[in-house]
Design a protein around this ligand. Structure first.
Ligand SMILES: Cc1cc2nc3c(=O)[nH]c(=O)nc-3n(C[C@H](O)[C@H](O)[C@H](O)COP(=O)(O)OP(=O)(O)OC[C@H]3O[C@@H](n4cnc5c(N)ncnc54)[C@H](O)[C@@H]3O)c2cc1C
Ligand code: SF4
Length: 493
């Protein structure tokens, strides 16, 4: 432990962010790294408590508490405080293949369960994690680790999101020959197309892919397994297959007017924007442009927030986000005690930007869309809504009642539907004939084996839409089980 009284001497500082209005003029990352002096102080706030809940990685009350990859947080906090950066990096890389992703976009369930957070703001764990890895790259400490021996075993990984990448990295380091198949034109899964550039710049993703390639992993893009290449072909050529195909089957809104021009799924909007940005800096005009338009985002979650931030950068005329649930409280309620993930009101980056531009929170709570109305050309023009009241019934279930007299008509040019994901997309699962359950691949946690011999599954395809940090966790664990399957025992953690 660096400074015994650090948690009493120093207060938490937030990572620097560029001014909300100025960042609307570009697509660069909005958050910036702590300075080294600040980091030392922030590292010193860690109490090195006997039981570091921050790295327990459990699900409590359906929410993630602590770090799912069990990052050795108190150890690297202490090393950062002492200025021993290289050692901090070595400790970080023991458990996390890609801290440059989690250090930028993880919602940091570690901080919600930090012991300091019982009475004070948590240690700034995520910001410290990012600084360690960024410094590692800058100092040239991150070099390709080319495996010294090869086992002669070949593994195909389907899907190049964080689960597929973590699995590939681990198995490659164990000496197996890895090919990653990706149906999109660039590897990275939702890291590349999903999470917008202002949260995670794409050269950060490219840098990691390039490193993995230099280490010997082969990436085959523009190739949909089950369509462009048969499942049987993979099973014949490879000793094992790991399905990391994500859970991108999105929920749709089955209401009147859904088919109108200008009504889109959120993922089409976000993916198209990033593709156009990367391909041509928007010169190709191959994206949905909301400049000067009224935008409504249906769905109160993070995907919706990313749509809001995207529309703001496109200089939309107005943007509103509809959510079904009431606004979260400012402080934890009795039902949400520490060390559970704190369900409290926050001003995420998109809302901070919207508030700076329009002078208010652009979220509308407890609202239900009844129908979408179009003009004579079949273009969306209005959205009809009603307010709802949320109550809890005798069995503890949330029940929503419409409130008569609260009907409203909203003028709109673009509607983006961001109401979540149903689960894994089925064609590839059917091609392999793997058993599914509740729209997910049935592969028990811990073994990751599917109903088909030699075929494993990890990440969102197995657990449903989740977080990058869980995808990395599952990719690592599945790699361990594949290694055991191929070699009889395993060298992987
Ligand atoms: C808009 C959005 C924003 C998000 N923001 C955050 C965030 O800020 N922080 C966070 O922690 N989490 C965030 N998430 C969730 C996080 O991105 C996912 O939980 C994570 O990416 C899941 O990783 P994965 O590897 O399992 O799947 P994915 O990242 O979905 O990758 C699956 C890959 O498989 C490919 N694929 C599918 N089928 C085939 C096939 N047949 N052949 C070849 N390739 C195939 C897909 O093209 C895709 O590239 C966000 C999600 C969305 C949608
Ligand atoms: S990966 Fe996420 S949960 Fe784990 S230490 Fe980093 S920010 Fe915290």
């Amino acid at each position: 432990m660096g400074k015994k009284t650090g948690f009493m001497d120093y207060t938490r500082e937030e990572e620097q962010k560029r001014h909300p209005l100025s960042r609307l003029d570009d697509w660069k990352e909005y958050s910036q790294r702590f300075s080294e002096d600040t980091l030392k102080i922030q590292g010193a706030r860690c109490m090195d408590c006997g039981t570091p809940f921050c790295h327990m990685g459990l699900e409590l009350n359906g929410l993630t508490s602590g770090c799912p990859i069990n990052n050795l947080i108190p150890e690297w906090n202490d090393l950062v405080y002492k200025g021993r950066w290289k050692e901090a990096l070595d400790r970080l890389l023991l458990t996390n293949n890609f801290p440059e992703f989690t250090g930028r976009v993880c919602p940091a369930p570690c901080e919600g369960s930090c012991t300091v957070a019982i009475s004070e703001p948590a240690v700034a764990i995520k910001g410290i994690e990012r600084a360690i890895i960024d410094k590692g790259f800058e100092e040239g400490w991150i070099k390709p680790r080319i495996p010294e021996r090869r086992t002669g075993k070949k593994v195909a990984i389907v899907g190049s999101g964080p689960a597929g990448l973590a699995c590939a990295d681990q198995l490659n380091q164990a000496g197996h020959s890895i090919t990653v198949y990706e149906r999109d034109d660039r590897p990275g899964g939702l890291l590349m197309y999903g999470i917008p550039n202002m949260k995670l710049e794409k050269d950060v993703v490219d840098r990691r892919i390039q490193l993995l390639e230099e280490e010997g992993i082969e990436f085959v893009t523009n190739t949909e397994v089950g369509k462009d290449v048969a499942a049987e072909q993979l099973q014949e050529v490879y000793d094992a297959v790991v399905l990391c195909t994500g859970a991108q089957k999105h929920r749709d809104l089955n209401i009147e007017g859904r088919e109108l021009k200008g009504v889109h799924d959120a993922m089409d909007y976000l993916t198209g924007t990033t593709k156009s940005l990367l391909n041509s800096g928007f010169e190709d005009s191959d994206y949905i442009d909301t400049e000067g338009k009224h935008v409504i985002v249906i769905g109160g979650g993070d995907t919706g927030a990313d749509c809001v931030a995207t529309a703001l950068r496109q200089k939309c005329k107005s943007v509103v986000q509809f959510g079904k649930h009431p606004q979260l409280p400012d402080h934890r309620t009795e039902n949400n005690p520490w060390p559970q993930y704190p369900l409290v009101f926050t001003l995420d980056y998109a809302y901070e930007e919207a508030a700076a531009k329009y002078g208010k929170d652009i979220r509308e709570y407890c609202i239900q869309t009844k129908k979408i109305v179009g003009d004579e050309q079949g273009r969306v023009k209005e959205l009809h809504t009603i307010r709802m009241e949320k109550t809890i019934d005798a069995s503890g279930k949330a029940v929503f009642h419409e409130l008569p007299g609260t009907e409203k008509v909203w003028p709109v040019d673009y509607v983006f539907i961001a109401i979540g994901f149903e689960g894994a997309e089925h064609p590839v699962l059917e091609a392999f004939g793997v058993e599914t359950k509740n729209n997910k691949i049935h592969a028990p946690y811990g073994t990751y084996t599917t109903s088909v011999e030699g075929v494993f599954a990890a990440g969102d395809a197995r657990r449903g839409q989740s977080l990058i940090v869980w995808a990395i966790h599952e990719g690592r664990e599945a790699a361990r089980e594949v290694d055991r399957y191929l070699m009889g025992s395993t060298v992987l953690p």
